[in-house]
Design a protein around this ligand. Sequence first.
Ligand code: FES
Length: 171
Amino acid sequence: MSGTALHDTAEAYEPVFRGEMLERLQEILPRYPTKQAAMLPALWLVQEARGWISDRDMAEVAEVLGVTPAHVRGVVTFYTMYHQHPVGKNFVQVCTTSPCHLCGSADVVKALLEHTGAKELGATSPDGRWTVIEVECLGACGFATPVLVNDDFIESVTPERVPELVRKYKS
Ligand code: FES
């Protein structure tokens, strides 16, 4: 039997919430009126541990919080900041809503796809370092084009600034 097959079996699933992660969840839960209300931070913990949130992880969160897996899925699919598949080490979100579009955000996206090697929106570069997506208004319409690289918010990105930005996060 191959290693891949082993990882695919339900028996191979290793829960996120054990050890330190379980302790962190237990610290978070009392801050909320119900367990269900702690879903967003619980999902952040999963994403921190795994890098993304699989169906099996959603089932674990549902079990821990006492809700249905469909409920958890509804939350995960609603928010673009939760990843439903593996993404690059640097997750790049570019605003392409109308005001930023008018200021040239499409060219910023094009430059990012080219310089990161990701090539297509939502795809991950061959070196596993980059995933670029488009998002709706990031709340910085006066500073087009705003870009989020992981948790870093970068304003006024132009196609000319993209090579420097990619270099900065490459190391
Ligand atoms: S439209 Fe791009 S930040 Fe608001």
